[in-house]
Write a protein that binds this ligand. Sequence first.
Ligand SMILES: NC(=O)C1=CN([C@@H]2O[C@H](COP(=O)(O)OP(=O)(O)OC[C@H]3O[C@@H](n4cnc5c(N)ncnc54)[C@H](OP(=O)(O)O)[C@@H]3O)[C@@H](O)[C@H]2O)C=CC1
Ligand SMILES: O=C(O)[C@@H]1CCC=N1
Length: 264
Amino acid sequence: MSQGAVIGIIGGHGWMGRALGLSLLEQGIVSAGQLVVSSRSWSGNAYRDWPDVRCVKDNHELVALADVIVLSIRPEDLASVDIEAHDKLVISLLAMASSQEVSSKVGSRRVVRAMPNAAAEIRRAYFPWYASQQVTEADKQLVQALLESCGMARELPTEGDLDYLTALSGAGPAYPALLAQSMLEHARQKGIDDDIALEAVMQTLVGGSLLLEGLGADPGEMVERLISYDGTTAKGLRTMIDGGIHQTIHRGLEAAHRAASGSG
Ligand SMILES: NC(=O)C1=CN([C@@H]2O[C@H](COP(=O)(O)OP(=O)(O)OC[C@H]3O[C@@H](n4cnc5c(N)ncnc54)[C@H](OP(=O)(O)O)[C@@H]3O)[C@@H](O)[C@H]2O)C=CC1
Ligand SMILES: O=C(O)[C@@H]1CCC=N1
């Protein structure tokens, strides 16, 4: 599906760049010879099992070798990327940088903005993407094939939707981590042994998430079903709801969305 294209990942040794690069290799979507990665410090050895992957420090060299350029650097490092992509297909994974900004920075009108999340590392990311007008149908097919190597990829109709999903799914793996942290803290306060508290929280959150995935229904239905017992769970849930948990979550998502849209 990669149609023989050489993929160049600027920042390919970092968290997201490495997750994408290794997913593409492990699933045979690109061969090692079709992958070029760059970083300024060349830190880590993520590609040790793939000696034919070309690791470079010079982004001009990467751009000359690659047909498709993936930008996987932190937004504050965009200024340090001094390349001229000559209208090659560019896929930016950056939060808080519009396709217009990316386009003028890298010298290409064929820009896709895509938003991974931390679960790309285990190939369970939700990876929405938005294509600017100059991106062709063939480009779109290639983008979908590349990104779904990390989980589920989905084209979005507007760039505004991508900014919103940056807050919802891009930042999303942090939210269950926060819930786990809070549950763990409480169990410890109640004197539960650390090891037991951790295994109870992890098994419960992972098991609960898999259950929700398997049900494939509106999660609200599961909440209502458990409330209907009018027992322990109902007491806990009602207290959380009355205490404003929905409003707190919505305020958090609003703040993350404002930041993602460049107005936070
Ligand atoms: N981590 C996450 O959960 C998510 C991240 N994102 C987005 O993904 C992007 C990457 O994030 P993440 O992978 O976590 O960040 P990391 O800091 O892990 O990786 C960024 C990499 O970019 C390299 N880099 C920086 N500047 C340059 C440059 N000029 N040329 C070549 N390489 C460079 C850095 O290496 P060196 O300093 O050695 O050059 C580093 O390896 C961000 O824009 C972020 O908004 C989106 C959703 C989720
Ligand atoms: O926090 C950030 O800005 C990036 C985008 C979503 C996850 N990480």
